[in-house]
Design a protein around this ligand. Structure first.
Ligand code: CAP
Ligand code: MG
Length: 439
């Protein structure tokens, strides 16, 4: 028990001094919750496992403080003087404190950051998004509906011309937005610059034929930030302004990669892919952080859009409640978590990106669940496996969206929209979880 890290009478809102967090904590056998929480607070702020003689009154005032516990639910509320975090809006440093070493502590058998709250005084030091879903929709001339996207599949293995052809097919079928899959980068069989060049040709062709603007989300994640910058600048040199987004694998490339992209290119939509997040967020994992907590950090880091799951509808794990909480934490000016209500003040919204085992039949259930049209959906298998091919898959997606916008039952609307009818027949058979959503 480290008493210097406990104050159950603390007013956590005093003077906007603290970032507030709530953790699920299960102490190891024979340890109590309050004592263990104080060890977590110590290790994640100023302390160690022993009181050091070198501590000063000033350093003690920077201690994280356990200010509330719930022994029934194994919850502990910890207040962090946000002044301890690296100046200049560094999300990586914040995470190194709050969800860093503590994950390795032998005192705990479970430790998960569930929610957080940040005062206005703190938020003013962080970037948040610059380019937003509103900018993207303005470029795409979209109003009142989500951005309809796909991921080039197979996940890897297409040559540059083949890759671009998939983009062309989706765009020509009526799709708005294509993304690189999360590991697509600069492979020898699909050199990055060649891929960019071919995609520009494919986009010009699709725009010419459809009369619509299109967007490509290029994965610029790279072995170092210099190369990431090189890739981004090459795209800028070849693509029309507004026609591209930069995808960053925010967990594997890192939070600073996201912030670097946000700061190098404030005019570009920064697409935060969260591949790897399951190691922290899955409910089976006792150590980590929740999807809403992670998403709030993504918004703080300046992501314009971030994958937030499919609200229990698609192929990935993730509960409806948690994914919708995360989507709202990303987007809304005021979001309600399980433990805190966050006002985002100067921080613009990050749009939810719904992806993972979706197909045109599943657009409506997600759109109804998330309660906004300011989201992007990306369907890979659910478009490129369409019996009519990618363009037909895109057409089915557009038709499903129109049906939803006009409040027409999908099966009704499909009667005179053959790509959608084919999609319904195909996906209800091939993707069992689809059937229960069919109206
Ligand atoms: C989806 C996807 C996305 C995941 C990401 C994939 O493809 O491209 O990366 O959905 O998951 O590689 O699986 P499909 P999340 O549409 O073919 O499933 O959005 O949950 O981070
Ligand atoms: Mg993917």
């Amino acid at each position: 028990m480290q008493k210097n890290y406990i104050n159950l009478d603390l007013d956590p809102l005093v003077g906007g001094k603290y970032m507030l967090t709530v953790f699920h904590i299960v102490p190891k056998e024979g340890h109590d919750l309050l004592g263990t929480a104080s060890e977590v607070a110590s290790e994640s702020s100023t302390g160690s496992n022993l009181r050091v003689g070198t501590a000063t009154d000033f350093s003690d005032d920077l201690n994280a403080i356990v200010y509330k516990i719930d022994e029934e639910k194994n919850l502990a509320w910890i207040a962090y003087p946000w002044r301890i975090f690296d100046r200049g809006g560094n999300v990586q440093n914040l995470l190194t404190f709050v969800v860093g070493n503590v994950f390795g502590m032998s005192d705990v058998v479970a430790l998960k950051a569930l929610d957080c709250w940040m005062p206005k005084e703190m938020l003013e030091h962080y970037d948040g998004p610059s380019s937003t879903i509103q900018d993207l929709k303005k470029y795409l001339n979209i109003d009142g509906r989500p951005v309809l996207g796909t991921i080039v599949k197979p996940k890897i293995g297409l040559k540059a011309k083949e890759f671009a052809e998939v983009c062309y097919q989706f765009w020509s079928g009526g799709g708005d937005f294509v993304k690189f899959d999360e590991p697509q980068a600069d492979q020898d069989f699909c050199p990055f610059n060649d891929c960019v060049d071919e995609i520009r040709l494919a986009m010009d062709r699709a725009e010419e034929e459809t009369g619509d603007t299109k967007v490509m989300s290029f994965n610029i994640s790279a072995p170092d930030f210099m190369m990431m910058q090189e890739r981004g600048e090459y795209i800028k040199s070849k693509m029309k302004p507004g026609s591209y987004a930069f995808l960053v694998d925010g967990i594997t490339a890192g939070w600073s990669a996201v912030q670097t992209a946000r700061r190098l290119w404030p005019e570009v939509f920064i697409h935060f892919h969260r591949a790897g997040h399951g190691a922290f967020t899955r409910k089976e994992n006792p150590i980590g952080f929740s999807v809403p907590f992670m998403t709030m950090m993504g918004r703080l880091s300046g992501a314009s859009g971030m994958h937030t799951g499919t609200a229990g509808i698609g192929k990935m794990s993730g509960s409806k409640k948690e994914d919708i909480t995360a989507a709202h934490a990303a987007l809304f000016p005021e979001s309600e978590g399980d433990y805190f209500k966050q006002e985002w003040h100067n921080i613009k919204g990050t749009c939810p990106i719904a992806s993972g085992g979706l197909n045109p039949v599943l657009l409506k259930p997600y759109a109804d669940a998330v309660g906004t049209t300011d989201f992007i959906t990306t369907m890979g298998g659910g478009v490129h496996s369409h019996p009519g091919g990618t363009a037909a898959g895109a057409a089915a997606l557009r038709q499903a969206c129109t049906a939803w916008e006009e409040g027409i039952k999908l099966t009704e609307y499909a009667k005179d929209h053959e790509e959608l009818q084919t999609a319904i027949d195909f996906y209800t058979e091939k993707v069992p979880y689809t059937k229960k959503y069919l109206e």
